[in-house]
Design a protein around this ligand. Structure first.
Ligand code: SAH
Ligand code: SF4
Ligand code: F3S
Length: 470
């Protein structure tokens, strides 16, 4: 059923939280420097920016290094087993540090914490963790910290709130003055059979378009050059709320604001509408770059994955966008070793990758996630088989990437300059409209500007060029 309005948390709740932040800042016996360690996707990266915003209000400043911080918070991911293991490995590393610095505080939050029983497990297995909380109660961070510091006891709070809520007006500390993330929707309703995200992030809920447009206007006024709209499935933006704009309509309105670049992710192929393609083609500021995860090239597997499109439908969408936006740069996510995947079925992924010609692809070995449908399926694929398959797929994509990058040589691209190259201070690095890194000789005063660069050569995953008259 559609909601009549977005389910924002009441303004009083956020005000109360800001009160806890001030109360925390007034404590003398509290941590003063922090380090936030982030795993996972852009959603998590943006959550960490909110954590940092709250930490600043709580009177804390970033530590020079993780080793010297008074407070370390791990914002975790659990989408694949290795993501979870990496996060936990680093938490354990802190155990030793805490022996020599008993006043060090440690918190664990994020998607991993939302898995059933994880709160208790953390308490049991990691006695040096002071605070653990989930994704649904991130906004309560200051209150929970205050509780932990004042009581000198360990605090665990994870809300099993599938419907979720939307916190507005929390402080944010953005990591760049030129780029900004804007979350447009939370959660996911798709339940792809391999994926844990819908279980740990709750149901789809769209922020009110008025809030999003206001945030974008504000960022434009602050001089932000590029915004990235975030959601697990941005194409279904607004569908959960009565009378809300569609994603294409939202994009069209954002395009009017005048921010130089608009990007978005992730698009689910099943909801990629003609309306969206039209808006992209007609817009001034929407980048011609589309991340369109296909996951697999075989129809039996796609159906088992519950992706709700066929290979043919996907290819039809690719053709539709290329017809209207011929220079569109396509990227994707691919899974190998899904339960029951035969050699022939895997070959269908390889042939699809060749057929589409992605600029780049993220390739993953299927990782069973407890509680998902695929985890209980028979015929789980042996690690050595998956490894061989992924190596082959990576090699195929590498060649395609090289050819795609080579085809850009001679073109003039606009590049948003990010930083001086780490290896050579005379070289600047930035992203072109297609989200590909471009290196070119330049000076640091260009950082934050959009410059025109003639592409002169292509590397494995980056381009090289020379600044032309702007
Ligand atoms: N909402 C996005 C993706 C979120 S997760 C989408 O639908 O495209 C990012 C990527 O991780 C997915 O696209 C998928 O390729 C991969 N992934 C998710 N669960 C996985 C699992 N259990 N094993 C391996 N890869 C997985
Ligand atoms: Fe996971 Fe599928 Fe939702 Fe993406 S759309 S987050 S892959 S369930
Ligand atoms: Fe990971 Fe959570 Fe993102 S599981 S991929 S951090 S939504």
């Amino acid at each position: 059923m559609k909601r009549t309005r977005a389910i924002e948390l009441p303004a009083e709740e956020i005000e109360a939280q800001k009160g806890w932040m001030r109360e925390f800042a007034a404590l003398t016996d509290r941590p003063h420097t922090y380090c936030v360690v982030t795993y996972g996707c852009q959603m998590n990266a943006h959550d960490s920016e909110t954590l940092e915003g709250m930490l600043a209000e709580m009177g804390m400043t970033p530590a020079k290094s993780r080793e010297t911080a008074d407070f370390v918070v791990f914002n975790t991911c659990c989408v694949r087993d290795n993501a979870q293991r990496r996060a936990l490995g680093n938490v354990v590393w802190l155990k030793e540090l805490k022996k020599s610095r008993p006043e060090l505080m440690v918190a664990v939050c994020g998607c991993m914490m939302q898995q059933p029983g994880m709160g208790e497990q953390i308490l049991r297995q990691y006695p040096f963790v002071d605070l653990a909380f989930g994704t649904h109660n991130l906004y309560r961070f200051a209150q929970l910290m205050l509780q932990a510091v004042k009581s000198r006891r360990r605090v665990v709070e994870v809300l099993q709130d599938d419907e979720g809520s939307i916190p507005e007006e929390l402080p944010v500390r953005r990591s760049s003055p030129h780029h900004a993330y804007i979350t447009i929707m939370y959660g996911c309703n798709n339940f792809c059979s391999y994926c844990i995200v819908p279980y740990v992030r709750g149901r789809e809920r769209s922020r009110a378009s008025a809030r999003i447009l206001e945030e974008a206007r504000q960022l434009h006024a602050e001089g932000v050059k590029e915004i990235m709209l975030l959601g697990q499935n941005v194409n279904s933006y607004g569908l959960d709320t009565e009378g809300e704009l569609s994603f294409a309509q939202l994009l069209a309105q954002l395009d009017q604001i005048g921010i130089e670049r608009i990007r978005f992710m992730t698009s689910h192929p099943k909801d990629l509408s003609d309306e969206l393609i039209e808006v992209m083609a007609a817009s001034k500021h929407i980048c011609h770059a589309l991340h369109l995860p296909v996951q697999h090239g075989n129809n039996r597997i796609l159906q088992s994955m519950n992706r709700r499109y066929t290979r043919e439908k996907y290819l039809e969408r690719v053709a539709a966008i290329r017809a209207k936006v011929p220079d569109v740069s396509l990227t994707t996510d691919l899974i190998v070793g899904y339960p029951g995947e035969t050699e022939e079925e895997f070959e269908d992924t390889c042939s699809l990758v060749r057929e589409v010609g992605y600029d780049s692809a993220f390739t993953f070995i299927y990782s069973p996630r407890v509680g998902t449908r695929a985890a209980d399926m028979p015929d789980q694929i042996l690690e050595e088989v998956s490894s061989r398959r992924i190596q082959k797929l990576i090699a195929i994509q590498k060649e395609i990437t090289h050819a795609r990058l080579a085809s850009y040589v001679g073109q003039i691209h606009s590049v948003l300059v990010d930083e001086a190259s780490k290896r050579d201070a005379g070289q600047m690095a930035g992203k072109n409209e297609y989200n590909i890194t471009v290196n070119f000789p330049g000076t640091p005063d260009l950082i934050g500007q959009i410059v025109r660069v003639k592409i002169t050569s292509a590397g494995e995953s980056t381009l090289r060029g020379e600044c032309v008259e702007n």
